[in-house]
Design a protein around this ligand. Structure first.
Ligand code: LFR
Length: 489
């Protein structure tokens, strides 16, 4: 048969990627077309996204992808990180650069709600009360940037905003919408009562469309400018985590996943939300997954910590460090210290959220001065945190997961994969690396091939990838025990 070519945009906190997928009727092959750095820009204490830069890079990526596909692409789909949004004013203008969730507004926003309101927010949404959630950012904006709040008539989450810029259509889908905490995850619809509890204005959210349907057609003026034919933008799980989970190569029974990037999202896929006290106390969230599924997950710090330490190290020593070199330093230190002495810490400690210096923050938190030892501590603490979160999820769902699937860019980290296997006592299956873009491409097939469902898509993806397997080798009971003691309240 004829090949189908689809473009997947995977825009993360640190890179903007355009990937071209080729579907031959059985397998999907992905080809990286363009990758450019993404990052925030700090102005007077706030970090902002340069959204028009992102948009223009994506336009160039699209043009190159169409050329690479030989002139025609069937459709495109966009996934990005969660939570952040642009606000539009009365005359349809974007009211400024979207704020990055790493700021104090969200915490201030959440701080305006008492314990009872917080409980209600969770019970009605199914989402944990994380200070960064869009709802609390917006409460913070209401109180601290009032003129911005007053003018806001429409809220567009990052992928909604990018889809709008490409197509002119104003809509959203459940996965990205769930990261606002303004959606009732039982119904998959925005819920006025959540706006009321938080005390924010209603009627600002877009309509919700189903995965596999068309969000909009590429605007004719953009098609002309890029010199390509108009194409549909398909509704994919536009939250990167949800797109990534589509690609977990597990075809039988329930599975555990860790979607590893800037963040580590540790969870499982369910057919309906699980909303109870245990979920609340463990701070798990029922986020929107693909095609009506729920991803019950723990939002945990991930590569952000290592990435920041590496960047600082490079600045300090004025040279590049390869990841292998970083791993090497940590392995040597770990061997010297032993599991009794590796400095452990809670990767989700607030002092690591957005520090001026990650190295200093870690030194302060662990009481350890030596950088190599700290590196050993980062890997060990991340792996312990993975093990603990999977354990919580097993208890809460009453399910034992045979393996841990690690997907996304962070699964290239063999050392962390092996440690996770050792600490959890479960094999780790690592891959696909290209999870978000592959998921974004795969769900577009629902639009092109009638009758495809999530199970079919996961089968296609699973047949197209070769994950690596890490068997548990050495017991790390002492290390894990120390971590558990550390986290006890
Ligand atoms: C991962 C992710 C997480 C979300 C965080 C902030 O890239 O999308 O799921 O909690 O970024 O948006």
């Amino acid at each position: 048969g004829k090949e189908i070519h689809c473009v997947g945009f995977d825009c993360g906190n640190s890179s903007i990627r355009t990937v071209l997928g080729h579907f031959d009727g059985t397998n999907i092959e992905v080809e990286l077309i363009q990758q450019v750095p993404n990052g925030t820009v700090r102005v007077e204490g706030y970090d902002y996204w340069d959204i028009l830069h992102i948009f223009s890079q994506m336009q160039q990526g699209l043009k190159q992808a169409v050329a690479a596909a030989g002139g025609t692409v069937a459709s495109a789909g966009i996934s990005t990180w969660g939570i952040d949004f642009g606000l539009f004013g009365p005359s349809g203008q974007l009211l400024g650069n979207p704020l990055c969730y790493r700021n104090e507004l969200g915490g201030l926003g959440l701080g305006t709600l008492g314990e009872e309101s917080r409980k209600k927010m969770f019970e009605q949404s199914g989402i944990q009360n994380h200070p960064m959630n869009s709802v609390y950012q917006f409460v913070g904006i209401r109180d601290h940037l009032p003129e911005y709040y007053r003018l806001a008539e429409k809220m567009m989450l990052t992928p909604d905003l990018l889809n709008f810029l490409f197509t002119g259509s104003f809509n959203t889908e459940t996965s990205i919408a769930s990261t606002t905490q303004l959606m009732n995850m039982r119904s998959g619809r925005f819920d006025d009562s959540l706006f009321d509890i938080a005390g924010i204005k209603k009627g600002i959210m877009p309509p919700v469309v189903d995965h596999g349907t068309v969000r909009g057609m590429l605007r004719q003026d953009i098609a002309d400018y890029l010199d390509i034919a108009p194409l549909p933008f398909v509704a994919v799980p536009s939250h990167d985590t949800a797109a990534a989970v589509v690609t977990v190569p597990s075809l039988e029974g329930p599975f555990a996943f860790i979607s590893s990037g800037t963040w580590s999202l540790i969870g499982t896929e369910l057919s309906a939300p699980l909303i109870n006290d245990e979920v609340y106390n463990c701070e798990l969230a029922n986020e929107g997954g693909a095609c009506g599924t729920i991803t019950l997950l723990k939002n945990s710090a991930g590569m952000h910590i290592l990435q920041n330490v590496k960047n600082e190290l490079e600045m300090r020593e004025n040279r590049r460090f390869a990841w292998d070199e970083v791993v090497d330093l940590s392995l040597k230190a770990a061997a010297f210290l032993g599991d009794e002495k590796i400095p452990l810490f809670d990767p989700n400690h607030p002092s690591l959220y957005n520090p001026d210096s990650m190295i200093q923050a870690l030194q302060l938190l662990t009481g350890e001065k030596k950088l190599d030892n700290i590196l050993a501590g980062i890997y060990a603490s991340l792996a312990c945190n993975y093990g603990a979160a999977i354990c919580d999820i097993e208890k809460i769902t009453g399910t034992e997961y045979p393996v841990i699937h690690i997907i996304g860019g962070g699964c290239r980290n063999d050392h962390l994969n092996q440690m996770t296997a050792d600490i959890s006592g479960k094999p780790v299956v690592a891959g696909p690396v290209e999870a978000t873009s592959l998921g974004t491409i795969a769900v577009q097939l629902m639009h092109h091939v009638p009758g495809l469902g999530l199970t079919d898509i996961r089968k296609i993806v699973s047949d197209s990838v070769q994950p690596l397997r890490f068997e548990p080798k050495v017991g790390r009971d002492r290390l894990y025990q120390r971590y558990e003691e550390l986290l006890k309240p």
